[in-house]
Design a protein around this ligand. Structure first.
Ligand SMILES: Cc1cc2nc3c(=O)[nH]c(=O)nc-3n(C[C@H](O)[C@H](O)[C@H](O)COP(=O)(O)O)c2cc1C
Length: 317
């Protein structure tokens, strides 16, 4: 069966500019989760979030907005906002691992607090008709926290629960815990989506074989590192298109141009693209050398020359 592939959001990377260019040049993704909306104490949606979700910026994409909060009022405010834009699903982030977030009882720091989760879901389900989906880790301190949370989650008609098979304390390091993910499958009535370390067709196949009942997979860092991956998984092939680097080059130039227009000055665009190259470099033949070369490129002209050289030498291989 063809899997459903979802783009797992990366704040700072997978905004509407990236999503549109990705979809145009590579495809293979069924739904893009947008990076989270976070309100800082005020019931006000920042302009950058508004731009990211504006229907005119997402015309050819299936997008699901995401929120990170532990406050029922805030949650409902965001529900109403995204519904006013025409979205019919809101994804709730209980995965973010950063101490600034978890210490204030949000992201993966909320998984160990089922009564708070209940407060939010209770209000949302009583006062709105939006579909709610979750994206969570298996806990912050340990992977059994989610099992307790299921007792609350199972009381609500959630659309799905995407699980990043790590705990918050791990940040993004260490292995995914597939045994703990397997326990989740047996402890909830909800539809689970798998997330974590799908970085190749082979790693997708390993996960898919181990969990034959799972048919939805989220890809985050792997999708940026190798944007051909989702369509290769869908087509069950490990072959890249013949014009792989030409396509990548056109994609690169598209996002470069758009970020260059949006960000002002040479330093912000350089930092933005350097962030992307931390991922892009991984699918070049010499990741360290590639990243170092991009890092060294001191101005936009040198940057463009360096990118052209990298692509030229990859094409020759
Ligand atoms: C820089 C960065 C930003 C992220 N931002 C978000 C976010 O806004 N919302 C979210 O649900 N997950 C976020 N994540 C987590 C990823 O979506 C994903 O769940 C995680 O990286 C594991 O999947 P992967 O191994 O496929 O990358 C972020 C991860 C990174 C590294």
């Amino acid at each position: 069966m063809t899997p459903t592939l979802l783009s797992s959001p990366l704040q700072g990377f997978t905004d509407f500019r990236f999503r549109n260019a990705f979809n145009y040049y590579f495809g293979g993704i069924d739904t893009f989760y947008a990076p989270y909306i976070r309100l800082n104490g005020k019931l006000k949606i920042k302009q950058s979030y508004q731009n990211d979700l504006a229907p005119k910026n997402n015309t050819s994409l299936q997008v699901t907005p995401q929120v990170m909060t532990n406050d029922p009022e805030e949650f409902l405010f965001v529900v109403n906002y995204v519904q006013s834009l025409g979205y019919n699903e809101l994804n709730w982030n209980l995965g973010c691992p950063y101490p600034m977030v978890t210490k204030s009882g949000m992201g993966s720091g909320l998984i160990c607090n089922p009564s708070k989760i209940n407060e939010v879901l209770h209000k949302a389900h009583n006062e709105s008709n939006i579909a709610i989906s979750m994206k969570m880790r298996m806990g912050y301190e340990n992977a059994t926290e989610i099992l307790e949370a299921f007792s609350v989650l199972d009381q609500y008609p959630l659309k799905s629960i995407a699980i990043h098979a790590r705990i918050g304390k791990q940040l993004y390091k260490g292995p995914v815990d597939l045994d703990a993910f397997e326990k989740c499958i047996h402890h909830t009535k909800h539809k689970l989506y798998y997330n974590g370390d799908i970085t190749s067709v082979a790693s997708y196949k390993t996960i898919q074989k181990r969990f034959p009942t799972i048919n939805h997979f989220l890809m985050g860092r792997g999708l940026i590192a190798d944007p051909f991956l989702p369509s290769m998984i869908k087509n069950n092939t490990t072959e890249y298109p013949k014009n792989r680097w030409k396509i990548f080059s056109a994609f690169h130039d598209t996002i470069y141009q758009q970020y260059d227009e949006y960000l002002s000055g040479p330093t912000p665009i350089k930092m933005k693209m350097l962030g992307f190259w931390e991922f892009f470099s991984k699918s070049t033949s010499n990741p360290k050398k590639t990243y170092k070369a991009i890092k060294k490129a001191g101005n936009p002209i040198k940057y463009k020359q360096t990118v052209a050289q990298i692509i030229h030498s990859e094409m020759k291989l």
